[in-house]
Design a protein around this ligand. Structure first.
Ligand SMILES: [Zn+2]
Length: 269
């Protein structure tokens, strides 16, 4: 089989359960999205739209409140656009309201941190320049042919020449896990390969709380390289027997079995 281009999520998925990996990436089966997945996408899109904002029409005297209102209305619009997907989840009204409000709070928490940066910069320059320099580069795609891995980096922030690669998380988690560390290590590797230098830091923005950073050193880069090498080695075959079920608490094998039962695909597995 040709070597597949992996990603932080495919590698983490394999490490969680090889059989789940088999179903998703080799069998091409897909599971119904969860509210967490759909909500995460909506919040990510809202932030991207917000950074694309043209600041010309913004009232320079009251930009804090105006930007906050704009972010909220962008989010509401993105939520409405996802109505069909949300309806398929069959949440009751109370549940849907809960996730909606939780997302608004999360974005407001993020906004309060962001606007402080704009205010600090605005004191030295002007609003437009402060906004344009406080906002990161978003959704940047990197691919490494050498390590057969790719990734979309949510945000590349640059302050006085210091570069940080940031991933936004909408989850309830607020600490660095092994999975997050690997994701960030791969981002650092991708950045390093493209620009020939380490980013100064990598981090997770836990939107409802704060950012947590990791130092980028050779050990972190080597960790990414090793994981990229291992996944290629372990996924050479397309024999299901080579992909054992892990029994991990997040294993989704039984859900894939349900999907298989409902389709005529099961003769292939
Ligand atoms: Zn599994």
């Amino acid at each position: 089989m040709p070597q597949r281009i992996q990603s932080p999520s495919s590698i983490n998925y394999y490490n969680m359960c090889p059989r789940c990996y088999y179903y998703r990436y080799i069998g091409k089966l897909s599971l119904d999205p969860s509210i967490h997945l759909i909500r995460g996408k909506i919040v990510h899109k809202a932030l991207e739209d917000f950074f694309d904002l043209k600041t010309d029409g913004i009232d320079k005297e009251h930009y804090e409140i105006e930007l906050n209102i704009i972010l909220q209305s962008i989010f509401k619009q993105r939520w409405e656009e996802s109505k069909d997907q949300l309806d398929e989840l069959k949440l009751d009204e109370k549940q849907e309201k809960y996730f909606f409000e939780e997302s608004v709070n999360m974005l407001n928490n993020w906004f309060n941190r962001f606007i402080k940066k704009v205010i600090t910069r605005e004191e030295k320059t002007n609003f437009k320049e402060a906004f344009d320099t406080a906002k990161p580069q978003t959704e940047v795609h990197f691919i490494s042919e050498e390590h057969k891995v790719q990734g979309y980096i949510d945000a590349i922030e640059e302050v006085a020449g210091d570069v940080s690669l940031i991933d936004y998380k909408t989850s309830r988690m607020d600490h660095m896990t092994d999975e997050y560390r690997l994701q960030l290590a791969i981002y650092a590797l991708l950045y390093n390969e493209k620009y020939g230098k380490h980013p100064n830091s990598v981090g997770i923005d836990f939107l409802r709380k704060n950012k947590k950073y990791l130092k980028v050193d050779q050990e972190l880069i080597d960790h990414a390289i090793e994981q990229c090498r291992l996944i290629q080695e372990k996924t050479k075959t397309d024999n299901i027997e080579d992909y054992p079920q892990s029994g991990h608490r997040f294993c989704e094998c039984s859900k894939y079995m349900d999907v298989l039962e409902k389709t005529t695909l099961n003769k292939y597995f």
